[in-house]
Design a protein. Sequence first.
Length: 229
Amino acid sequence: MHANNEVGTIQPIAECAAIAREHGIPFHTDAAQSVGKIPTRVDDGIDHLGVDLLSIAGHKFYAPKGVGALYVRAGTSLEPLLHGAGHEVGRRAGTESALLTTALGAACRLAADLSEMPRITALRDRFWTALQDRFGTGVVLNGHPDLRLPNTLNCSFIGAQGGDILAGLDGVAASAGSACHSGKTASSPVLQAMGIPDPIARGAIRFSLGRETTAEEIDAVVQRLPTRL
Protein backbone atom coordinates (compact mmCIF):
# COMPACT_ATOMS: atom_id res chain seq x y z
CA MET A 1 0.00 0.00 0.00
CA HIS A 2 1.64 3.22 -1.17
CA ALA A 3 -0.20 5.31 1.43
CA ASN A 4 -2.30 4.00 4.28
CA ASN A 5 -6.03 4.43 3.81
CA GLU A 6 -6.73 5.43 7.42
CA VAL A 7 -3.84 7.52 8.70
CA GLY A 8 -2.34 8.57 5.36
CA THR A 9 1.21 7.48 6.17
CA ILE A 10 3.32 7.20 3.00
CA GLN A 11 5.34 4.01 2.78
CA PRO A 12 8.86 3.69 1.26
CA ILE A 13 7.61 1.78 -1.77
CA ALA A 14 10.54 2.64 -4.04
CA GLU A 15 13.00 1.24 -1.52
CA CYS A 16 10.93 -1.91 -1.01
CA ALA A 17 10.54 -2.42 -4.76
CA ALA A 18 14.30 -2.07 -5.25
CA ILE A 19 14.96 -4.80 -2.67
CA ALA A 20 12.40 -7.08 -4.31
CA ARG A 21 13.93 -6.50 -7.75
CA GLU A 22 17.39 -7.46 -6.48
CA HIS A 23 15.95 -10.88 -5.65
CA GLY A 24 13.85 -11.24 -8.81
CA ILE A 25 10.54 -10.85 -6.96
CA PRO A 26 7.67 -9.04 -8.75
CA PHE A 27 6.40 -6.13 -6.65
CA HIS A 28 2.86 -4.71 -6.56
CA THR A 29 1.60 -1.67 -4.70
CA ASP A 30 -1.93 -0.45 -4.03
CA ALA A 31 -1.90 3.24 -4.96
CA ALA A 32 -5.63 3.83 -4.50
CA GLN A 33 -5.08 6.44 -1.81
CA SER A 34 -2.03 8.20 -3.23
CA VAL A 35 -2.88 8.83 -6.89
CA GLY A 36 -3.91 12.43 -7.41
CA LYS A 37 -2.42 13.50 -4.08
CA ILE A 38 1.31 12.78 -4.28
CA PRO A 39 3.63 11.86 -7.18
CA THR A 40 2.80 8.31 -8.29
CA ARG A 41 5.14 7.55 -11.16
CA VAL A 42 5.94 4.16 -12.61
CA ASP A 43 8.52 5.22 -15.20
CA ASP A 44 12.20 5.78 -14.52
CA GLY A 45 11.95 9.52 -13.94
CA ILE A 46 12.09 11.55 -10.74
CA ASP A 47 10.02 10.15 -7.84
CA HIS A 48 9.41 6.89 -9.71
CA LEU A 49 8.25 3.94 -7.60
CA GLY A 50 10.01 1.21 -9.56
CA VAL A 51 7.15 -1.26 -9.10
CA ASP A 52 6.11 -4.02 -11.48
CA LEU A 53 2.39 -3.68 -10.82
CA LEU A 54 0.32 -0.80 -9.48
CA SER A 55 -3.44 -0.59 -8.96
CA ILE A 56 -5.70 2.44 -8.66
CA ALA A 57 -9.40 2.88 -7.84
CA GLY A 58 -11.27 5.56 -9.75
CA HIS A 59 -13.64 6.61 -6.98
CA LYS A 60 -10.66 7.77 -4.92
CA PHE A 61 -9.93 10.60 -7.37
CA TYR A 62 -13.30 11.75 -8.71
CA ALA A 63 -14.11 8.97 -11.18
CA PRO A 64 -17.31 6.92 -10.73
CA LYS A 65 -17.39 3.86 -8.51
CA GLY A 66 -16.78 0.55 -10.22
CA VAL A 67 -13.75 1.35 -12.34
CA GLY A 68 -10.02 1.10 -11.74
CA ALA A 69 -6.81 0.30 -13.53
CA LEU A 70 -3.81 -1.95 -13.17
CA TYR A 71 -0.37 -0.92 -14.43
CA VAL A 72 1.76 -3.87 -15.54
CA ARG A 73 5.42 -3.25 -16.33
CA ALA A 74 6.45 -4.62 -19.73
CA GLY A 75 7.74 -8.16 -19.39
CA THR A 76 5.92 -8.89 -16.11
CA SER A 77 4.18 -12.27 -16.15
CA LEU A 78 0.63 -12.12 -14.83
CA GLU A 79 -1.91 -14.93 -14.49
CA PRO A 80 -5.45 -13.57 -15.03
CA LEU A 81 -8.10 -14.01 -12.35
CA LEU A 82 -10.89 -14.08 -14.95
CA HIS A 83 -10.47 -16.36 -17.95
CA GLY A 84 -12.36 -16.23 -21.21
CA ALA A 85 -11.97 -13.99 -24.22
CA GLY A 86 -8.81 -12.04 -24.89
CA HIS A 87 -9.89 -8.70 -23.44
CA GLU A 88 -7.20 -6.43 -21.95
CA VAL A 89 -4.40 -8.35 -23.73
CA GLY A 90 -5.67 -11.57 -22.19
CA ARG A 91 -5.38 -10.28 -18.62
CA ARG A 92 -9.07 -9.83 -17.78
CA ALA A 93 -11.98 -11.36 -19.65
CA GLY A 94 -15.18 -9.36 -20.03
CA THR A 95 -16.43 -6.42 -22.04
CA GLU A 96 -15.22 -3.09 -20.70
CA SER A 97 -17.59 -0.22 -19.90
CA ALA A 98 -16.81 2.58 -22.35
CA LEU A 99 -18.55 5.06 -20.06
CA LEU A 100 -16.52 4.11 -17.00
CA THR A 101 -13.19 3.94 -18.80
CA THR A 102 -13.77 7.34 -20.40
CA ALA A 103 -14.61 8.79 -16.99
CA LEU A 104 -11.49 7.22 -15.49
CA GLY A 105 -9.37 8.79 -18.22
CA ALA A 106 -10.81 12.22 -17.48
CA ALA A 107 -10.21 11.74 -13.76
CA CYS A 108 -6.61 10.69 -14.42
CA ARG A 109 -5.99 13.95 -16.27
CA LEU A 110 -7.25 15.80 -13.20
CA ALA A 111 -5.19 13.61 -10.87
CA ALA A 112 -2.02 14.38 -12.82
CA ASP A 113 -2.31 18.03 -11.77
CA LEU A 114 -0.98 18.23 -8.20
CA SER A 115 -0.97 22.03 -8.06
CA GLU A 116 -3.83 22.04 -5.52
CA MET A 117 -1.98 19.84 -3.03
CA PRO A 118 -0.03 22.64 -1.29
CA ARG A 119 -3.32 24.41 -0.59
CA ILE A 120 -4.91 21.22 0.71
CA THR A 121 -1.85 20.52 2.87
CA ALA A 122 -2.14 23.99 4.37
CA LEU A 123 -5.84 23.39 5.09
CA ARG A 124 -5.07 20.07 6.74
CA ASP A 125 -2.43 21.70 8.94
CA ARG A 126 -4.80 24.56 9.76
CA PHE A 127 -7.39 21.99 10.79
CA TRP A 128 -4.94 20.19 13.08
CA THR A 129 -3.71 23.42 14.66
CA ALA A 130 -7.29 24.49 15.35
CA LEU A 131 -8.07 21.15 16.99
CA GLN A 132 -4.98 21.45 19.19
CA ASP A 133 -5.96 24.98 20.17
CA ARG A 134 -9.45 23.80 21.07
CA PHE A 135 -8.67 20.54 22.86
CA GLY A 136 -5.01 20.76 23.88
CA THR A 137 -3.75 17.39 25.08
CA GLY A 138 -7.25 15.99 24.63
CA VAL A 139 -6.55 15.27 20.97
CA VAL A 140 -3.62 13.29 19.52
CA LEU A 141 -2.45 12.76 15.95
CA ASN A 142 -2.43 9.23 14.52
CA GLY A 143 0.15 8.40 11.88
CA HIS A 144 3.43 9.94 10.78
CA PRO A 145 3.57 13.69 11.48
CA ASP A 146 5.27 14.49 8.17
CA LEU A 147 5.26 11.55 5.75
CA ARG A 148 1.52 11.46 5.11
CA LEU A 149 -0.97 12.37 2.44
CA PRO A 150 -1.83 16.07 2.03
CA ASN A 151 -5.54 15.44 2.47
CA THR A 152 -5.67 13.04 5.42
CA LEU A 153 -6.02 13.89 9.11
CA ASN A 154 -6.57 11.05 11.55
CA CYS A 155 -6.74 12.00 15.20
CA SER A 156 -8.08 10.56 18.45
CA PHE A 157 -10.17 12.46 20.97
CA ILE A 158 -9.19 11.24 24.42
CA GLY A 159 -12.06 9.84 26.46
CA ALA A 160 -14.51 9.88 23.55
CA GLN A 161 -15.91 7.31 21.14
CA GLY A 162 -15.46 7.97 17.45
CA GLY A 163 -18.98 6.84 16.65
CA ASP A 164 -20.47 9.22 19.22
CA ILE A 165 -18.56 12.13 17.71
CA LEU A 166 -19.73 11.28 14.20
CA ALA A 167 -23.34 11.08 15.38
CA GLY A 168 -23.17 14.78 16.18
CA LEU A 169 -21.58 15.76 12.88
CA ASP A 170 -24.54 15.38 10.56
CA GLY A 171 -23.61 16.63 7.10
CA VAL A 172 -19.86 16.28 7.71
CA ALA A 173 -18.06 13.62 5.66
CA ALA A 174 -15.80 11.91 8.21
CA SER A 175 -15.33 8.37 9.46
CA ALA A 176 -14.19 6.37 12.47
CA GLY A 177 -12.12 4.02 10.29
CA SER A 178 -11.77 2.87 6.72
CA ALA A 179 -14.77 2.36 4.46
CA CYS A 180 -13.76 -1.30 4.29
CA HIS A 181 -14.51 -1.70 8.01
CA SER A 182 -17.51 0.59 8.37
CA GLY A 183 -20.20 -0.71 10.70
CA LYS A 184 -17.74 -2.54 12.96
CA THR A 185 -17.56 -1.49 16.61
CA ALA A 186 -14.01 -2.68 17.32
CA SER A 187 -11.17 -0.20 17.16
CA SER A 188 -9.21 0.11 13.93
CA PRO A 189 -6.83 -2.79 13.16
CA VAL A 190 -4.46 -0.21 11.67
CA LEU A 191 -4.28 1.73 14.93
CA GLN A 192 -3.96 -1.51 16.87
CA ALA A 193 -1.00 -2.53 14.70
CA MET A 194 0.59 0.86 15.40
CA GLY A 195 0.47 0.06 19.11
CA ILE A 196 -2.10 2.71 19.98
CA PRO A 197 -3.98 1.77 23.19
CA ASP A 198 -7.54 0.64 22.57
CA PRO A 199 -9.22 3.48 24.55
CA ILE A 200 -7.39 6.03 22.39
CA ALA A 201 -7.96 4.11 19.16
CA ARG A 202 -11.70 4.03 19.84
CA GLY A 203 -11.77 7.82 19.83
CA ALA A 204 -10.24 8.09 16.36
CA ILE A 205 -11.79 10.10 13.55
CA ARG A 206 -10.50 10.31 9.97
CA PHE A 207 -11.08 13.57 8.12
CA SER A 208 -10.33 13.59 4.38
CA LEU A 209 -10.04 16.87 2.50
CA GLY A 210 -10.78 17.29 -1.20
CA ARG A 211 -10.02 19.72 -4.00
CA GLU A 212 -13.18 21.69 -3.19
CA THR A 213 -12.72 21.83 0.60
CA THR A 214 -12.59 25.40 1.93
CA ALA A 215 -11.14 27.04 5.02
CA GLU A 216 -14.65 28.03 6.05
CA GLU A 217 -15.72 24.38 6.07
CA ILE A 218 -12.71 23.43 8.19
CA ASP A 219 -13.48 26.15 10.73
CA ALA A 220 -17.14 25.14 10.85
CA VAL A 221 -16.26 21.54 11.73
CA VAL A 222 -13.94 22.65 14.53
CA GLN A 223 -16.66 24.85 15.99
CA ARG A 224 -19.17 22.01 15.97
CA LEU A 225 -16.94 19.49 17.73
CA PRO A 226 -16.78 20.86 21.33
CA THR A 227 -20.48 20.47 22.01
CA ARG A 228 -20.30 16.77 21.10
CA LEU A 229 -17.39 15.56 23.23
